[in-house]
Design a binder for this molecule. Structure first.
Ligand SMILES: [Zn+2]
Length: 212
């Protein structure tokens, strides 16, 4: 595919995105953290909060040459998109103020998670910038993450109370169906399960592969 073809395809998908979700996201299946149909920044499934917007990681207003670059395009809910605005600096000396890139950054290395609460790690300038700009602790997100963690609680409770012969099955279901990167609030859920393991609630450890 030529560059012109790629640009034309992007324009067409942007114009028909409601009908082209799967084609569009097929482009991102190989990304380290596939966003699925989730907001790039807050991990909310778009259907829960909004229809979603095409997100330019480097905004058109500041890096117009990346306007149609695949690696610069993703999806964000309209709240994250509006909060982010054109926040981006091409000045290397101000790169610490740019937001984290969920394609490249591991959330657990940038944020502290305690059940539904999220805070930027004090040693990560870009996480602090992301939290300040995107507002990851806004009320609607806290409520949605609290609901999700309550759901995870139910699965963990079933695991803890299950007879020994069923534990493997229930653990596999939890890890394979509810803690993958395709699940809503995956980073929060994975961190919560690790916390439960640290505190001795769960006798199994979540492997690093679960984050991929
Ligand atoms: Zn969002």
């Amino acid at each position: 595919m030529t560059c012109e073809d790629s640009i034309q395809e992007t324009i067409e998908l942007a114009e028909h995105i409601d009908r082209q979700w799967d084609v569009y996201f097929g482009r991102y299946l190989e990304k380290p953290i596939s966003p699925g149909r989730r907001s790039f920044y807050c991990e909310s499934k778009l259907r829960h909060i909004t229809h979603g917007d095409i997100e330019h990681i480097a905004p058109n207003s500041k890096v117009p040459t990346k306007a149609y670059a695949w690696e610069n395009l993703t999806l964000a809910c309209d709240v994250c998109n509006e909060n982010k605005g054109d926040h981006f600096s091409t000045d290397p000396e101000k790169s610490h103020d740019n937001l984290i890139d969920p394609y490249a950054d591991e959330p657990a290395d940038r944020f502290l998670f305690l059940r539904e609460a999220i805070a930027a790690r004090p040693d990560s300038f870009r996480a602090k910038a992301t939290d300040a700009v995107i507002k990851l602790s806004r009320i609607d997100l806290l409520e949605r993450r609290r609901e999700r963690m309550a759901f995870i609680d139910g699965l963990v409770s079933a695991y803890c109370q299950a007879p020994a012969q069923f534990k493997e099955l229930l653990w596999d279901d939890l890890v394979s169906n509810h803690l993958t990167s395709a699940n809503e609030y995956a980073a929060t859920s994975q961190a919560y399960v690790r916390f439960l393991n640290d505190r001795g609630v769960i006798d199994r450890q979540l492997g690093a592969g679960s984050e991929k």
